[in-house]
Design a protein around this ligand. Sequence first.
Ligand code: MN
Length: 421
Amino acid sequence: MYLLYTHNDLDGVGCGIVARCAFGHKVEIRYNSVGGLNVQVERFLEKGKKKNYLFITDLSVHEANERGIQAFVQSGGKIKLIDHHKTSLHYNKYPWAIVQVEYENGKLASATSLFYEYLMQNGLLKPSNGLAEFVELVRQYDTWEWEKNGQQKAKRLNDLFYLVSHEEFEEKMVKRLQQSEHFAFDAFEEKILDLEEEKIERYVRRKKREIIQAPVQEHFVGIVHAESYHSELGNELGKENPHLDYIVILNMGGKKISFRTIHDHVDVSEIAGQFGGGGHVKAAGASMTDDAYRLYVAEPFPMEPIRADAYQNTFNLKNSAYGSLYENRKEQNVFLFSSGDSWVVDVDGEELDEPFPTFEEAERYVKRHYAAWLARDQTYVAYLMENMADRRKQAGGTASTSGFGFIDGSQHPPALHFPAL
Ligand SMILES: [Mn+2]
């Protein structure tokens, strides 16, 4: 008898589907959360049945189980752990583990693709075109390669996965892969997936209005509470807020945390590791420990959500030669303008000492330290007029009155001509 203990996401259940194609009813499959696996493995080791063959895929075990597996295998037990998480790489010192994050051609591995290849190489699975296509879709989804490849089908496969139970998905896919040469959705699924896509978009849009930003340890972090669509949210919120080091998605009911980043300077698997979790460099997860609760839930709780940049502006644009105005919940006016080769930040009339070499760096600073967003045109125009009037007063009315100009000799841009004003 074969046993498969695997993860309960698409990649984990992908392993279940591959196993079913290889072993039919001769495999017992259990889908586990990250936290649920250790108990299963403990029970398996306690029973100590040497005739069963256990595969563990897409998940890792704690240290006691690691030692237990090693002892069990040394005494003749049969266990294989196949994973692609960076935080599992140290298992490679054991003969019972195959952990690979990346292929030689630079593509990222998934548990499903590694398990599929393992079974093929060991003569346990016959090659099939449809199954190969399915495995590749799972791999692209799990590694997020689908996005840069424009492989919408991989994304839709994951959407479909969350619309039905794991068992139903497994059964549906196995039947389909055994019957046809190519992997495809049927017309009804296509229709449902269109609806689901719209639903996800609405959900993500709503969550964009709930995100708060907080300094946590040495990082600036975006925090949002959500039960579903963590990958989509992590990606969207990360891209919309590049000034944040990483995004944290809290599932209070499940007591779980997801960590996502779009940046190379942060490794979220290390951050998840502080709370006993793990994963990949750009996507990781952990259980909600007391520490995590304090840092990500309790302390930031009184904070208000950050607002998105005004997006329909004609005048107040980023990187503008006339300067760009930001505002925040403290009603501070933060004005970014270029002066010579650098960008200066003015907060309520006081210029910061250090200029920035680029607009992007100035904006990143302003967004991190002032939680500010790009103001709307209306606010911008009012700010410029007031600012000008103040300066005129200071200068005793000697300023040029032709058009909307800053006073000559100031560091501000010299002229601003908006016919619409
Ligand atoms: Mn995976």
